[in-house]
Ligand binder design. Structure first.
Ligand SMILES: Cc1ncc(COP(=O)(O)O)c(C=O)c1O
Length: 417
């Protein structure tokens, strides 16, 4: 891009026009980029810069991708080293990075989880988990949660709750039932002899940062064990330290039979997803590995990024940091909510997985824009703008929180409804 005058209005206008004409009209005309004529250009730590040099504090973190912040030097160095040597594998020879990463996943995941399959995204991890469950159990009924989100490919979409995403594609996979989130008895009541697995997020992200009652997963695990049903946990958004422990299920001290991960796994540098299973459930894949494959999944470049990311996560003890800074951020947000009760309905969350719910969509929508003007990126819930999600990098500290709270308060003072 060396030949472009990236700070010029022409460059931005042309870039937006390219989006409008060749990607999607809505993206090029009705997004925050279009409204404020801003395009991202570089990132470092908790900051993103646009092409004009304006800095934004990233409190959205790519919906959970940037747990290590942007361009973490250790991950970038590992990827550059691999990039110059062998970015993508031959697909004939095995590479050491794949084995090392799978061994690491077995070490850091709970219980007896032991075998990994690497793919390129979260939805693929869920697809793989669904297929493995069908192979192992020879059944096809899955119990999922209302407001759950698991991706948008046809299999994962069958587990996703929201009708707006599902209806145009019906019929989806048969056998997916949705019961209220946080209600273990509802799961038990929905079980039959045909139930293959329960598939849940330990804490719901896209559904609006929903935290179930303590002990929920423990009860679900007991019910699954009692009924001989598998438990699949989708840790794609809430896993890898975000909620203050390595995995969401660690809060209840339970282990699933299959765990799905993605997003932060690539260290904010490479796309990678994984589903990890116990030796028992992996038996069909160990017998017939080529029944589920991916050309790019688990390539050396992505595995190098993930290995470096997990090393940083452990060395810097990011789950503990997320717990400490998250508690502080929640406290400061509760203070704001008490000061502006005319706008706030609720603040909730765990670690650095936080939702602010406002009384109306209009309040959420306007604040989202005002926060952007103040230089803070946040996420609105795709189908529910009255909730704003905060998923900042886990590397932030209390000083950064104070800065952001100051900017939020300025926005709240300026808000006119
Ligand atoms: C819990 C959960 N599962 C699955 C997915 C799908 O992941 P991806 O968008 O990488 O396919 C997401 C994405 O937001 C998610 O939050």
């Amino acid at each position: 891009m060396a030949n472009y005058d990236i700070a010029s209005e022409n460059f931005i206008a042309e870039s937006l026009n390219n989006w409008t004409e060749h990607l999607n009209r809505v993206y090029g005309t009705r997004t925050i980029s279009a409204k404020y004529k801003a395009m991202e250009w570089s990132g470092e730590g908790h900051l993103i810069k646009d092409t004009k040099g304006k800095e934004y504090i990233d409190f959205l973190g790519g919906y959970g991708i940037f747990s290590l912040g942007h361009c973490h030097p250790i991950v970038v160095a590992a990827v550059k080293e691999q990039l110059d040597r062998l970015p993508l594998g031959s697909k004939e020879l095995l590479h050491p990075q794949g084995g090392m990463l799978a061994k690491k996943m077995a070490e850091i995941t709970p219980g007896d989880l032991k075998y990994s399959f690497f793919c390129n995204s979260g939805t693929e991890a869920v697809e793989g988990a669904i297929k493995l469950t069908k192979l192992y159990t020879k059944k096809h009924v899955f119990i999922c949660a209302e407001n759950g989100y698991h991706g948008k490919t046809l299999g994962a979409l069958s587990a996703t709750y929201r009708r707006r995403f599902r209806d145009p594609f019906e019929p989806l996979l048969t056998g997916f039932k949705h019961v209220p989130f946080g209600d273990a008895a509802a799961i038990e009541a929905a079980m039959t002899d045909r139930t293959a697995a329960v598939l849940l997020e330990p804490f719901q992200g896209e559904g609006g940062i929903n935290i179930p009652p303590a002990g929920y997963l423990k009860k679900v695990r007991e019910i699954c064990d009692h009924r001989g049903v598998l438990l699949i946990l989708d840790e794609i958004q809430c896993g890898l330290g975000r909620t203050g422990k390595m995995w969401g299920c660690d809060h209840d001290g339970v282990a699933p039979d299959i765990l799905c991960s993605a997003k932060a796994l690539g260290g904010g540098v490479m796309p990678i997803g994984a589903f990890v299973g116990t030796e028992k459930v992996w038996a069909p894949l160990n017998e017939w590995p080529t029944i589920h494959t991916s050309t790019f999944g688990g390539n050396p470049l992505a595995c190098s990024a993930a290995l470096a990311a997990l090393q940083v996560m452990e060395k810097e003890n990011l789950p503990a940091r997320a717990a400490r800074v998250g508690e502080y951020l929640l406290r400061r947000l509760h203070e704001l909510a008490n000061k502006y009760p005319q706008y706030f309905k609720e603040v909730r969350g765990l670690g650095l997985f936080i939702g602010m719910e406002f009384h109306t969509d209009e309040i959420g929508d306007k604040l989202y824009g005002l926060f952007f003007e103040k230089g803070v990126l946040v996420a609105s819930i795709l189908a529910n703008p009255k909730i704003i999600r905060l998923e900042p990098p886990l590397i932030i500290d209390e000083k950064i929180v104070d800065d952001v709270i100051g900017r939020f308060e300025e926005a709240l003072r300026e808000l006119r409804i």
